[in-house]
Design a protein around this ligand. Structure first.
Ligand code: 3PG
Ligand code: CO
Length: 554
């Protein structure tokens, strides 16, 4: 067995306060009017880039560098923070599901066998995000699962869709519903009673995270389980098109709807004896629904009726809680994270973010593990996010509040590592609102300044990096990179993440002279950061970690 004790670094001292700042959704791209980071006033980050060329560089944050299936996959916060914290590259959920579907092993597993018991007399319900975004789910995986489930005995299938417009272009929901309806029609030709039963926009229905707002999950529950929603349609394509006619409507926030028959009765409530699969592979926005579906005792909202179902997640979403207890594909086993090593080596850690990113710097950072490694050494603090208003209406979010908490933690000298996530580039970037994103980027820069000033005061070290791109490119482009415009000359906003690399900067008065980025790792990525941070705490990184980004030259 590997030891937990880390060797002392030969050149770098222990005992410095190290602050790790993750700017969410902050990639590097050429200057451009749709590069909000470039347009925004960001003197702190600009100074890091221009100041010391040997202490600023770019690292990969997408694709295979972070364990995603291909290099066409944009990065995301889950895999990004996993890599940052774990120091190793793991095949991630998206890839594990691809492999299980391709080999057919998914149908031989415990999870599928379990739900299969309901196929004879019950309905199979599939609930999840309908797009090809590849962050939480993928429609091609849903298509394969529909086909496979029907070949393995499912006779009645109901799909409860969540429209995206966040990891993919707004408006693309129509195309994805058409694709799904085509597949369901083919199944019906084969005698399978397969239909869409309900729907709603992901940010308004079901896919809340970190218990920010349980009402979001309740809206979904009412539509999916109870068959109740403010909007009723006989056809899902018509539903999405009609609901989008409201000038303020978008895919992310479509209101909940149910599909009803000619007599107005819902076609797909979830009933006793049914099977349910949540087909998202990513945990953060499915775990709340998983609790509602699985827990006998539950007080987050009135479920009205708790059907007796067989429920499986595409993956197990929380390994500590063993939730859900049944799942189709085993999640990546992310082990020996830097957080666990550092706790074993006496490093006192403070981590903070606002609610919408809180699990990113704790749960994801620690390899999808909830709670502390050592409660005597660690403190995790959450600043409540504003709820109920879209983030483009308050783009500064809680950046300064988070930074002030970090400042206080640094100045207290009670911690060796102070780690934060600053959410603006990502959360405001996802709204597609360019002006708001510019304001959000400035707020993030202000927050970094507060933290760097505190590091200056205590003679500490900072690491400023990001988890993936978003705010640096806010427009859909053609192949040559030119923004696409409609006939009125309006550009189509890009709400999703990007494939761009992210910056990493190190510095602070505690950083010994002669420390600089190595030049022999041009393809380094987020997974190289953990070893780097361990070095800055005065430790050598474990051998099985991706190599450190730094060297000491004098
Ligand atoms: C979301 O869940 O908000 C997006 O799909 C991905 O954003 P994140 O990976 O930055 O959390
Ligand atoms: Co994001």
């Amino acid at each position: 067995a590997r030891r937990w004790e880390l060797g002392a670094h030969r050149r770098l001292e222990k005992g410095k306060v190290v602050s790790v700042v993750v700017l969410d959704g902050w990639g590097e791209a050429a200057p451009d009017p749709f590069n909000c980071i470039h347009v925004a006033d960001t003197p702190t980050l600009d100074a890091l880039k221009k100041g010391a060329p040997e202490r600023w560089r770019l690292i990969k944050a997408h694709g295979t560098a972070v364990g995603l299936p291909t290099d066409d996959d944009m990065g995301n916060s889950e895999v990004g923070h996993n890599a940052l914290g774990a120091g190793q590259i793991y095949a991630q959920g998206a890839k594990l599901v691809d492999m299980a579907l391709a080999s057919g092993k998914i149908y031989e597993g415990e999870g599928f066998k379990y739900i299969q018991q309901s196929f004879e007399n019950g309905t199979l319900h599939l609930i999840g995000l309908l797009s090809d975004g590849g962050v939480h789910s993928r429609i091609d995986q849903l298509q394969l699962l529909l086909k496979g489930a029907s070949e393995h005995g499912a006779k009645r299938i109901r799909v409860h869709i969540l429209t995206d417009g966040r990891d993919v272009l707004d408006g693309s929901s129509v195309k994805f519903v058409e694709m799904l309806e085509n597949d369901l029609a083919k199944l019906r030709e084969k005698g399978v009673d397969a239909r869409i039963a309900s729907g709603g926009g992901r940010m308004y229905v079901t896919m809340d995270r970190y218990e920010n707002d349980w009402q979001v999950v309740k809206r979904g529950w009412d539509a999916q389980v109870l068959g109740e929603a403010p909007h009723k349609f006989q056809n899902a394509l018509e539903a999405v098109k009609k609901l989008r006619e409201d000038p303020k409507a978008n895919d992310q926030y479509l209101p909940p709807f149910v599909i009803v028959d000619e007599r107005g009765r819902p076609v797909g409530q979830i009933m006793d004896g049914d099977a349910v699969v949540t087909f998202n592979f990513r945990a953060d926005r499915m775990v709340m629904l998983a609790k509602a579906l699985e827990y006998k005792n539950f007080d987050k909202f009135d479920r009205v009726r708790l059907p007796e179902i067989r429920y499986a997640g595409m993956l197990q979403y929380d390994g500590e809680l063993k939730l859900p207890s049944h799942f189709l594909v085993a999640p990546p086993e992310i082990e020996r994270t830097s957080g666990e090593y550092l706790a074993h080596n006496g490093i006192r850690t403070y981590a903070c973010s606002e609610t919408v990113k809180f699990g990113h710097v704790t749960f994801f950072w620690n390899g999808n593990r909830s709670g502390y490694f050592n409660p005597n050494l660690e403190k995790y603090e959450e600043i409540p996010s504003d709820i109920g208003i879209p983030f483009n209406e308050h783009p500064k979010m809680k950046a300064v509040e988070v930074a002030e908490k970090a400042r206080d933690a640094i100045l207290s000298r009670k911690y060796d590592q102070v780690r934060v996530n600053i959410a603006n580039g990502d959360m405001v970037g996802h709204t597609g609102d360019i002006q708001a994103t510019i304001i959000g980027c400035k707020a993030a820069d202000d927050a970094v300044k507060i933290i760097l000033d505190a590091i200056e005061q205590v003679g500490g070290i900072f690491v400023v990096t990001a988890d993936h791109g978003n705010a640096e490119d806010m427009v859909k482009r053609d192949k040559s990179g030119k923004p696409l415009r409609d006939k009125d000359g309006n550009v189509q906003p890009l709400t999703s993440h990007t494939l761009n690399p992210v910056p990493i900067a190190i510095g602070g008065p505690g950083l010994q002279s002669g420390v600089r980025f190595r030049s022999d790792l041009p393809n380094a990525g987020l997974a190289n950061v953990a070893a780097t941070v361990m070095n800055l705490h005065g430790f050598e990184a474990p051998d099985h970690y991706e190599p450190t980004l730094i060297e000491v030259t004098n």
